[in-house]
Design a protein around this ligand. Structure first.
Ligand code: EPU
Length: 418
């Protein structure tokens, strides 16, 4: 198992580039199941979750050609409409094939995801939505079987609570359903908008993506498309925090500033200087004088839960007390204990973390528990005195493309060891 060895203390300076968004690439790859034509996807990040999704598609019947960040997929026929436990347990987003498979093959068998490090994360809302479109859902032996022998029918669906992949799953089911579907209380994340853009290129009739109400008029067939994935706002946000925490100066290129606006507001409140220096470049500059700023996670356009762990690392270096409230997942503070092992003063109370800042961190052996928690440990290690060894970095490889190389190129002392 790989580890990262990080020597803290060096301010990061220079230019660091954002890759394509993992959480946009995954639904885009699943959407290729909706047509027998070739779909060309560009700026696909080379991360482990993407490779897992490609493997799943190939098992289902896809032909995939990968050339760097360009992936060409053609699903001439669905051989096996199934997502097995072996894949779902390593990547919950495998449930994104459910909607497109029922729509295209009228049948899907997808393993139930089970628990995960950041919370229970059920898919009941995906299933309720599909049922409203006429799918019959049965559960046996740890698997969900969804069938719609006569095809799906459009319906009005209101999500009880906002779900990102649930919205995406249902959109992909509705594009081939008969008649109109209205999804209410839909997720407004940029990744939902990006999926809608791809589906529209394939011939789908979709309106309202990016608002709480999405309207879809089903069509009989979808065709091929050529689509470039949006920038990864969570990766860009992680780099902004890296600039701030090391009191450096970084230009984060290839990002969409609007997508990280909630984070930027907090970074500015904490005393970092952030400026848009070009349409897709954000420059962050900070000195050692950060102050605390409270944050509460929320659905987009609020502060992303996927940046909460990184922000917590930053607050260990800010003057004063910061209260961090997690509203999306019930157990997403696994990084707090590891940060505490490095010297941070963090108290957990229910869904709040109280961080007493400006603590000198010292290098230690720590364990990455999930993707974003790993990123927060890397950030803390960048300012810790001495050497930090981060174990189980396979978590970080799920969603960050060559993070150690990108950080090393702007001055971080970070090495991957086997
Ligand atoms: N929920 C249910 N039932 C459902 C679906 C969701 O109760 O059927 C609950 C979840 O347990 C959670 C909340 O609703 O408490 C929101 O979950 P959501 O469905 O929005 O999360 P997701 O779609 O499974 C995506 C991202 C996550 C990100 C969340 C929230 C992808 C592939 N994953 O997950 O990304 O944290 O939205 O923004 O898009 C990550 O990249 O590290 C990551 C975890």
């Amino acid at each position: 198992m790989d580890k990262f060895v990080v020597k803290g203390g060096a301010p990061l300076r220079g230019e660091i580039a954002t890759s394509g968004a993992k959480n946009s690439a995954l639904p885009a790859l699943a959407a290729t199941l909706l047509t027998d034509q070739k779909v060309v996807l560009r700026r696909i990040p080379r991360v482990r979750d993407v490779r897992t999704m490609q493997r799943l598609l190939v098992d289902i019947g896809a032909k995939a050609e990968v050339d760097g960040e360009c992936v060409q997929i053609q699903v001439a026929g669905v051989r096996s409409p199934e997502a097995p436990y072996e894949l779902v347990k390593t990547m919950r987003a495998s449930s994104l094939v459910l909607g497109p498979l029922v729509a295209r093959a009228r049948r899907a068998r997808v393993s139930l995801p089970g628990g995960c490090a950041i919370g229970a994360r059920p898919i009941n809302l995906h299933l309720a939505g599909l049922e409203q479109l006429g799918a019959k859902i049965e559960q046996a032996h740890g698997y969900i079987e969804a069938t719609a022998p006569q095809g799906l029918r459009g319906a009005a669906v209101r999500f009880e609570r906002i779900t990102v992949t649930g919205t995406e799953d249902l959109m992909m089911a509705a594009v081939l359903a008969q008649g109109e579907t209205i999804i209410d209380n839909a997720a407004r994340e940029p990744e939902v908008v990006d999926l809608a853009a791809l589906l529209a290129k394939m011939g789908a009739k979709i309106e309202g993506a990016g608002t709480p109400t999405i309207r879809i008029r089903g069509v009989e067939h979808l065709g091929g498309a050529d689509h470039t994935i949006i920038a990864d706002r969570i990766e860009a946000g992680t780099f902004l925090v890296a600039g701030a925490i090391t009191a450096g100066e970084l230009n984060v290129t290839g990002c969409v500033p609007e997508h990280v606006a909630a984070l930027v507001t907090k970074l500015q409140a904490a005393g970092a200087e952030v400026a848009e220096v070009a349409g897709s470049t954000l420059r962050i500059r900070a000195d050692g004088g950060l102050r605390s700023a409270d944050v509460s996670t929320a659905e987009y356009p609020g502060f992303a839960t996927d940046l909460q762990a990184q922000y917590m690392a930053l607050m260990t270096q800010a003057e004063g007390i910061a209260i961090i409230t997690e509203t999306i997942f019930e157990n997403r503070f696994m990084h707090a204990q590891e940060l505490a092992r490095m010297g941070a003063n963090i108290r957990l109370e229910g869904n709040q973390a109280i961080v007493a800042g400006r603590k000198e961190l010292t290098g230690a052996g720590v364990i990455a528990s999930d993707l974003r928690a790993s990123a927060s440990l890397v950030l803390a290690a960048l300012v810790a005195h001495g050497e930090t060894v981060i174990d189980r970095v396979y978590h970080i490889d799920r969603g960050y493309e060559k993070i150690e190389k990108k950080l090393a190129a702007v001055g971080a002392q970070i090495q991957r060891v086997e």
